[in-house]
Write a protein that binds this ligand. Structure first.
Ligand code: GUN
Length: 283
């Protein structure tokens, strides 16, 4: 196993964070400190962990962060009022509403209420539209991080077969659009795809964003492919991804580990998005 086969997301994230920190320091000379507000509704344990990672990253790079914890029974009106208040607050550059939300909440309406200029998740329809039409800064964090990783490892995308398994708004759809813009030939597979393996076997770049533990097995992967594992599952013996790492890594040219792959890149991209939102609003 060549050292470079395991794509070191953690290391790339570290260098991205260093770049953000340098830019945040520059802004401080103008007395501007970027600010991120995270709204967490309820007490989903996984969400609490993710939010704590985001807070810690803010501290590392010099972004002011605030976590607003709202009770699980928060009403739609209360949540929208909170978002609107943050839209108005000048020191708040980024607003992130942690998903998933409790069932009484209309997620789409919440996302549409966030000021697109502060939408550091890139989930607002204005930013989604810009992403698809091909020019925007606020790109969803996980896809943005994956593109940075591919870029820094000089993984060629032009004309390559890229297969995305999963069609979520958070990962599948935006990463497919970014790969397309990078001139890959893109296929999106999902839970209703017939003969999934037929597609995944053709992939030079395979993005697994399925949400099922070790779903992608060695027989589904082409020899010499690059595999990006977006999954995070907590098990008895630690974190595992959507890819059966041990068997798949034998076969491929490059693969992201879990942990230490896509996760840290997602956080670093959020830092970048917050910095960009700050620069665009008041830099
Ligand atoms: N839940 C899982 N991933 C994400 C994300 O990227 N942003 C938000 N807001 N919630 C999430």
């Amino acid at each position: 196993v060549g050292e470079n086969k395991i794509l070191n997301g953690k290391q790339v994230a570290k260098s991205l964070e260093a770049e953000v920190r340098a830019k945040a320091e520059k802004l401080q000379e103008q007395d501007i400190v970027p600010g991120l507000s995270v709204i967490l509704v309820g007490d989903d344990p996984a969400s609490e962990v993710y939010v704590s990672y985001k807070e810690k990253a803010c501290q590392r790079v010099g972004i002011n962060s605030e976590v607003i914890n709202l009770p699980a029974d928060t009403s739609q009106e209360e949540l929208l009022a909170k978002v609107e208040k943050l839209n108005q607050a000048n020191e708040v550059d980024g607003i992130l509403v942690q998903l998933p939300l409790p069932e009484q909440i209309d997620e789409e309406e919440v996302i549409e209420t966030i000021d697109p200029a502060k939408d550091v998740d890139g989930f607002h329809p204005v930013n989604v539209g810009k992403l698809v039409a091909s020019s925007t800064e606020l790109i969803p964090c996980t896809p943005k991080g994956i593109m940075e990783l591919l870029n820094r490892y000089n993984i060629d995308l032009v004309g390559q077969e890229a297969v995305v398994v999963g069609r979520s708004n958070i990962v599948g759809k935006p990463i497919a659009n970014l790969l397309l813009q990078a001139n890959a030939t893109v296929t999106i597979c999902h839970s209703r795809t017939q003969n999934l393996t037929k597609h995944t076997k053709e992939a030079d770049i395979l993005v697994a964003a399925v949400g099922q533990q070790e779903f992608i097995t060695a027989d589904m992967v082409k020899e010499g492919a690059t595999v990006i594992d977006v999954g995070i599952h907590r098990t008895g013996d630690g974190l595992v991804g959507d890819v059966a790492f041990e068997e798949v890594q034998e076969k491929v040219a490059a693969i992201t580990p879990v942990p230490g792959g896509v996760g840290p890149l997602t956080i670093a991209s959020l830092m970048e998005n917050t910095l960009v939102a700050c620069q665009q609003r008041r830099g």
